[in-house]
Design a protein around this ligand. Structure first.
Ligand code: ZN
Length: 472
């Protein structure tokens, strides 16, 4: 089915839903702010990771997997990191390496694709210094007492993303009024390091060693990997001000560009059982904790039942409902002998829902309909259902009951095993030759004799591996 609907995204910068038109359809570019690695990531951190994974998958579907570049950084220099490493008596490197690995393990369980590039802040210090020096040279930043500060009043339209005037921001923000600042809103690009803290030679004009502020990291990494102007910048809504506002100020003023990214996307807040999540309330949930009790797929599904811009209330009840749905879907998938076939296409209505500003609740409602049709024996709907769920990042191959490998199946009749294995091999050849009609015919023939085939992608090789078992 031809997909006619264009992709539309809500742009925080313009405060409306806009048609997405990439600068270069051969090279669609997206940046999302990643974690600061000092502790297990909490469920609030998982939200942008999952939401922008869905967008990444959708962009790959629309523009082709080789034409989308997704950059998500790792912040590995930060006051919280320094403090935690000192507390534990380990090196900063040890802490950031351990935490980055925990983060990767957690989000892999959530079915999240690795980004195209995952830059680390400490590997981009030179790029940050180059940006800072450019900002000093063109009058948008100044050095004072070992710091470099961005001169906010030098940028007339500062505050456009958060839609606030300078006065409003100054009133609303708890800005640090330091004696070396020309204006209270000026923010740190570079600061001196205390003894024992990580430090690097400072930008030109400052003799003492120092380290970067947080905002400059993202400007430097986005600029290096995506260019001065790119398509999409994402993150949680809590980052709009000041982090994203400051990223825009730095990048635009350094590069002399009108925008940094053309579409700014922000996911809503996450609460737990109706309350703000906090360590003091004792309702602080890490992804790691959740995965002890729930599968990553349940967590992912539960997250996507709410539209990404809406606030989400993370509750046990909702998790139980999500699990019940996925259990039921697993049974249906089993019953239809459903394996995701290579040529199966996702459903047009699911794609259209996702293209409408990532309307995942609507897409999931459509998955329910397709699952119902699949259960009543409509194989075409079954294929669309599985292909659509796979597009949304669900590992449909695992929806089946545990599959036994062909070698392990206890088949008392050796002739039968030989016969089935021969047909399975023939079907594999037919699929390689893109003769899906023949492949499906063999599957149906085997099904008629009570042999159920299961296809799964070998994650190591990317090859489809077919196993089989006898229906009870
Ligand atoms: Zn950022």
């Amino acid at each position: 089915m031809a997909e006619l609907q264009s992709l539309r995204l809500y742009n925080t910068l313009t405060r409306r839903k806009e048609e997405f038109v990439p600068l270069d359809a051969q090279n669609v570019r997206m940046y999302v702010c990643g974690p600061t690695v000092y502790d297990y990531a909490h469920i609030g951190n998982a939200r942008p990771v999952i939401v922008f994974d869905v967008l990444f998958r959708l962009l790959r579907h629309v523009y082709g997997a080789d034409h989308v570049k997704y950059v998500r950084n790792i912040t590995d220099v930060d006051d919280k990191i320094n403090a935690r490493a000192a507390d534990e008596g380990i090196s900063i490197r040890e802490l950031t390496e351990r935490t980055a690995k925990q983060f990767h393990d957690d989000i892999a369980a959530l079915g999240v694709l690795p980004p195209t590039v995952e830059p680390r802040a400490t590997e981009h210090i030179d790029e940050m210094k180059t940006l800072i020096e450019a900002l000093i040279a063109n009058g948008h930043a100044y050095a004072a007492e070992g710091h470099v500060l961005f001169d906010v009043p030098s940028m007339p339209d500062y505050g456009k993303l958060s839609n606030r005037t300078l006065d409003e921001m100054a009133a609303g923000a708890r800005v640090e009024v330091a004696p070396y600042k020309k204006d209270p809103m000026d923010f740190v690009l570079w600061k001196p390091s205390k003894p024992g803290e990580p430090s690097w030679p400072s930008p030109a004009g400052i003799t003492e060693p120092g380290r970067p502020g947080w905002h400059i990291e993202c400007s430097a990494m986005a600029g290096k990997h995506l260019g001065d102007v790119f398509d999409i910048h994402g993150g949680g809504i809590d980052l709009v001000f000041p982090h994203h506002e400051n990223e825009i100020a730095q990048s635009r003023c350094a590069h002399g560009s009108q925008v940094m990214a053309r579409y700014w996307l922000h996911n809503g807040f996450l609460q737990v059982e109706g309350e703000k999540m906090s360590k003091s309330l004792g309702n602080f949930i890490t992804i790691h904790d959740l995965l002890q009790e729930w599968s990553g797929e349940v967590v992912r599904f539960n997250m996507l039942r709410t539209h990404y811009r809406q606030p989400i209330d993370w509750t046990r009840k909702a998790l139980e409902e999500s699990k019940a749905t996925l259990d039921r879907w697993g049974e249906i998938s089993d019953r239809i002998g459903g394996a995701l076939l290579e040529h199966a296409l996702p459903d047009g209505a699911v794609i259209d829902a996702l293209k409408d500003d990532l309307n995942t609740p609507l897409a999931i409602a459509r998955l329910h309909e397709l699952a119902k049709d699949a259960r009543s024996g409509d194989n075409a709907s079954g294929e669309k259902w599985l292909a659509s769920a796979a597009l949304m990042g669900f590992d449909v191959a695992r929806w089946h009951a545990p599959v036994q490998s062909a070698d392990l199946v206890e088949v008392t009749d050796p002739d039968l095993a030989v016969r089935v294995n021969t047909l399975v091999a023939q079907r594999g050849e037919a699929r390689k030759a893109k003769n899906f009609k023949e492949a499906d015919r063999i599957r149906d023939e085997l099904a008629a004799s009570g042999v159920i085939l299961k296809d799964a992608k070998d994650t190591a090789t990317g090859e489809i591996v077919t196993t089989w078992e006898l229906a009870r």
